[in-house]
Design a protein around this ligand. Structure first.
Ligand code: WQD
Length: 343
């Protein structure tokens, strides 16, 4: 009998890659998604990759009644991975109430339905943004969290606190919060990858859309930061490495291997790369010149972020395998396939 996992936002970028790894590890997956930032086509692509089409329920988790119904129907699930959230930093600054409502209402409805149906384990998709501007590097899980610059980031910080308070009130409930650094890349099949709606906020999709001719040029937001080349440094991590960490977190929760009911892990490689490093790597990998221009800083950007990875290696036995060049090559392959299929 396979263990069933509910994956909210499972048609999205990180969600779909995680669903592939769950199926590859013999889990039954039920995807809950409102398709507000993803496509139902992803289900067929997951099936092409794994041979299995996951159960899919089109649901808005802000709808309390619907959420209760779905969780009651799937009360045999062993755990839930919660990806469902809006995640565009810039948009969240323009529309804070939409972000607080969407990301927190859906979380609270989901958690209530889990408790009601005795599904007592959640893996939460969090972000390094909860650390704000770090005082020391590398960032460990004990590093101080600060109020993130964006409402998007703040919904992640508040969500972690909501889960913490739930656990303090309920001895049966447990959670693992995974704080992602900068996920990039795509599955080797080129069938699933990052699909930003509208103009990409994030660096990698903007680079690949520029290279494929969708965007005129990449704006590099500032080269006057206190870093080796003046551009900000980030800890880029391959989305497939990230997905594999979620399977290990599910196993830890299901097999009751947690050392405390609420565990937090950074998911990064421990290596920092600047924006110019990424551009140079892209040009090397694709043997092309990228059209870019240095412009002003983007409000809210921090100079340098990279993870300490000792805890997740020790407790989850997880280690990222993919290099920056492999991440970039997979992003580029995905972008090219995406555009060729569209033409
Ligand atoms: C990376 C670097 C930019 C675009 C955010 C969220 C985080 C996570 C990932 C949400 C920065 C520079 C970018 C561009 C640029 N989750 N850049 N030109 O800001 O580190 O993290 O996304 O998806 O929670 O905070 O990622 O890819 O936006 O930026 O110069 O057109 O690239 O200044 O230094 P970020 P990013």
């Amino acid at each position: 009998m396979k263990n069933k996992i509910i994956v909210t936002g499972g048609c999205g970028y990180i969600g779909s890659h995680t669903v592939v790894e769950l199926i590859n590890n013999n889990y039954d997956v039920v995807i809950l998604d409102d398709l507000s930032n993803s496509s139902v086509e992803t289900l067929g692509r997951i099936e092409k990759i794994t041979g299995v089409k996951p159960v899919f329920i089109d649901i808005d988790l802000k709808n309390d009644t619907e959420t209760k119904k779905v969780f009651s129907k799937h009360k045999d699930a062993k755990a839930v991975i919660n990806f469902a959230a809006h995640k565009a930093v810039g948009e969240s600054v323009q529309k804070p109430l939409m972000y607080y409502k969407n990301n927190l209402y859906s979380l609270i409805n989901m958690l209530s339905s889990m408790v009601e149906n005795n599904i007592n384990g959640v893996i939460f998709s969090s972000s390094a943004t909860v650390y704000g501007t770090p005082e020391t590097l590398p960032i460990t899980e004990k590093s101080k969290t600060q109020r993130p610059f964006s409402p998007y980031g703040n919904t992640k910080k508040i969500a972690e606190e909501v889960i913490d308070d739930l656990i303090k009130s309920n001895d049966n409930f447990s959670a693992i919060s995974l704080r992602y650094f900068n996920p990039i890349g795509a599955h080797e099949s080129g069938l699933i990858g990052e699909l930003p709606s509208g103009v990409p906020n994030n660096l990698m999709p903007y680079i690949t859309q520029t290279a494929v001719g969708l965007r005129e040029k990449l704006m590099v937001y500032g080269n006057d930061y206190p870093t080796k080349d003046g551009t900000p440094i980030r800890d880029y991590i391959h989305v497939v490495d990230l997905a594999k960490a979620h399977v290990l977190a599910v196993e830890r929760i299901i097999n009751k291997q947690q050392e405390q009911p609420y565990e937090i892990f950074n998911l990064g490689t421990g290596n920092g790369f600047s924006v110019l490093d990424v551009i140079n790597s892209f040009e090397e990998v694709t043997n092309s010149k990228l059209n870019y221009e240095i412009t002003d800083r983007r409000p809210g950007d921090v100079p340098e972020l990279y993870a300490a990875t000792d805890l997740v290696k020790e407790k989850l036995g997880w280690e990222p395998k993919k290099s920056l060049n492999e991440m970039i090559k997979s992003s580029w392959d995905w972008e090219q396939k995406l555009r060729n299929n569209k033409e």
